[in-house]
Design a protein around this ligand. Structure first.
Ligand code: AMP
Length: 302
């Protein structure tokens, strides 16, 4: 028994953490809780859990809901030559973390369980998915939206938790949920960072020590852009040029993109006069890192 859960009042179902490997099993586990009147909160992940994921698990747990964490390295969101094969899969450590953070049900499906060979349907959000990471990872967001909608249909969560770290993913999923009338609340949690500011990411494990030091330049440059906006700069080109220059000065990194975009539509900002996201992706060696900062000039800054 998980003592955290056992202390929950009024649970009418077994509160030990369950590991479900099939859609039927996770549906069964969730149905019992739903029948007991519990709200269901879903945290979709690809595993290799770190403090960023844990912040989502804890936020989902905070209200005493039934928390389902999915751990699935989704092949359809990786392009040819990307890191699907070498993506870390420390399943035992992930299950320990889920237990510590009060997860009730871990959904750990196989690729065959999620994608039977006769599947023919994908979910495509137009427009937003062409920009930023979408321009550099063709098909990536179709993989994301398809797997997320499948998880939503499998678990039927009242709320699902995502990290602002993947800012474009948040905008795309919000659009999908609005367009397809998905009855799931999307909760977005702040980016969790290492002490030097670098956003936690499962991919940071790929970095050699020297590369990890260089990785700081992305958030430092984005914060420079944020400071320029707070100091009154409103020209997106001036801001993105300064961000690029800061990254280029570090050396050893290749810029995929640096952009100032509208937070919801991801359209390039013509002028910084509404909430915007300064978003960037860089490559260090063969590792691709992304990050963003959200700046709202209407909140008193700038
Ligand atoms: P992933 O396992 O990379 O697919 O991420 C699963 C979820 O965790 C996504 O909603 C991510 O945005 C979120 N996430 C990943 N890294 C962080 C972080 N450093 N801070 C907050 N959320 C994160």
């Amino acid at each position: 028994m998980n003592p955290l859960l056992a202390s929950d009042a009024g649970l009418a179902y077994d509160s030990a953490m369950e590991t479900a490997r099939t859609i039927a099993d996770v549906r069964r586990a969730v149905a019992a809780a739903r029948g007991a009147g519990k709200r269901i909160h879903l945290v979709p992940t690809m595993g290799a859990l770190h403090e960023g994921h844990r912040s989502l698990l804890r936020a989902a747990r905070a209200d005493g809901r039934l928390v389902v964490a999915s751990i699935f390295v989704n092949p359809t969101q990786f392009g040819p030559g990307e890191d699907f094969e070498r993506y870390p899969r420390p399943v035992e450590a992930d299950l320990d973390i889920c237990g510590q953070d009060g997860v009730d049900v871990v959904f750990l499906p196989s690729v065959a369980e999620m994608y039977p060979p006769d599947g023919r349907t994908t979910v495509h959000v137009a427009g937003l998915t062409k920009r930023l990471c979408g321009a550099h990872r063709p098909g990536h967001f179709d993989g994301v939206t398809t797997v997320v909608l499948k998880l939503f249909n499998i678990v039927q969560p009242d709320a699902a938790y995502f990290g602002q770290k993947d800012g474009q993913q948040v905008a795309v999923i919000r659009r999908m949920v609005a367009d397809l009338d998905v009855p799931t609340e999307i909760v977005v949690c702040p980016t969790v960072r290492d002490t030097d500011g670098v956003a936690l990411s499962s991919r940071n494990a790929y970095l050699e020590p020297d590369q990890r030091r260089r990785a700081r330049c992305l958030i430092e440059a984005l914060r420079l852009g944020e400071a320029m906006i707070r100091d009154g700069e409103r020209r997106p080109d001036t801001i993105t040029r300064a961000i690029r220059a800061r990254i280029e000065a570090t050396g050893g990194c290749t810029i995929d993109y640096i952009e100032a975009v509208d937070l919801a539509t991801l359209e390039p900002a013509a002028w910084i006069d509404r909430p915007c996201m300064l978003a960037g992706a860089i490559r260090i060696g063969s590792t691709r890192l992304i990050d963003n900062v959200v700046v709202d000039v209407s909140d008193g800054g700038g």
